[in-house]
Design a binder for this molecule. Structure first.
Ligand code: ATP
Ligand code: MG
Length: 305
């Protein structure tokens, strides 16, 4: 796993747009080699925060140190360390895929003798080798996104910042992008903004929930889910449902709610310790049972409501 040295330190970051307070005294540290997810409602400040870290936008107040370099002094150094996939990659439409990557490679100072290999390697990685000589303006949304990712990686940066990398992509393409991000785990320091809770859950070491420009909660996906109460759902499919059994199940301390749906008894629990005893009440009638654990989506909804 990652070491504990801090790669990105965000200190008291504040940003206003007119009357809108987009970032409200934000503090956040990201370790080297960590994959940090940022989730939060539309307008929470996610994109604003990562644009400031990437030196595209200046804050009103506060500091960001990237490997010890200040966004107020060392923009060029910081930009060379970061690969940034914007929410809507702004690609030069008339360029061919190969030429676009060559252009950015030169801009970022990739040594000439390595550049061609690097471009082909990246096109291969994002599954776009066959389209190397096609123009950007002929690409669909998902194909553009792949080129955007290749562009972010061209200078082999230590830090990668992905703003909704799989937004609007088909499930297979999303999956291949997630798998690819997973291959970078531990090797790069990564910030991933997403609205897909399963993506955050599967990929991230830690998740920060941003709301109104502040961290509402933060921790590993398991830690965040463990904070949700009354969300474990026990579903018992039975041969027939008897009111006496439902009443008996309602008596358990850990039971918050009992409902019936078709042939299923749905029991909402605030803890798992009585599950066996609860099932025992109907044990002669049980056909099947399963539990649904709280999801990151449940955490999101409870945290930002
Ligand atoms: N250039 C700008 N001019 C004016 N207001 C802005 C600008 N950029 C962001 N904002 C405002 O700042 C707030 C935070 O926006 P931001 O784009 O950071 O949100 P977000 O968390 O990325 O949301 P989303 O999930 O919709 O992408 C919003 O109220 C937004 O309208
Ligand atoms: Mg955004």
């Amino acid at each position: 796993m990652h070491s504990n040295s801090k790669m990105i330190e965000i200190k008291s970051l504040t940003k206003r747009f007119g009357k809108i307070l987009a970032l409200d005294n934000l503090n956040l540290d990201i370790d080297q080699g960590e994959l940090l997810g940022i989730i939060g409602p539309n307008g929470a400040g996610k994109t604003t925060a990562i644009r400031i870290i990437s030196c595209i936008l200046k804050p009103d107040n506060g500091e960001v140190l990237v490997d010890g370099h200040s966004i107020h002094k060392d923009q060029i150094k910081i930009k060379s360390m970061i690969g940034y996939l914007p929410e809507e990659p702004n690609l030069y439409e008339r360029f061919k895929a190969y030429d676009l990557l060559k252009y950015f490679g030169e801009l970022y100072g990739v040594p000439k003798e390595n550049l061609e290999n690097r471009i082909y390697e990246l096109l291969e990685l994002v599954g776009m080798s066959e389209r190397a000589q096609h123009r950007i303006n002929t690409f669909s949304k998902g194909l553009r996104q792949r080129i955007g990712i290749a562009r972010a990686l061209i200078h082999d940066p230590d830090i990668l910042i992905f703003d909704e990398p799989t937004m609007g992509l088909d499930p297979a393409t999303s999956n291949s992008i997630r798998n690819f991000i997973n291959t970078l785990r531990g090797k790069k320091t990564i910030i991933l903004c997403t609205h897909y809770m399963d993506e955050a859950d599967a990929l991230c070491d830690r998740v920060a929930i941003l709301n109104h420009g502040r961290i509402a909660d933060m921790g590993t996906p398991d830690y965040l889910k463990s904070k949700i109460h009354g969300e474990t759902l026990l579903k018992i499919k039975v041969k027939h449902i008897e009111d006496a059994n439902l009443s008996e199940i309602r008596q358990f301390k850990s039971v918050e709610n009992v409902n019936v749906s078709g042939g299923d008894i749905l029991v909402s629990l605030n803890s798992n310790h009585e599950i066996c005893d609860i099932v025992n009440v109907v044990k002669e009638d049980v056909i099947s049972l399963n539990t649904k654990e709280p999801s990151l989506e449940d955490v999101f909804i409870q945290t930002v409501k």
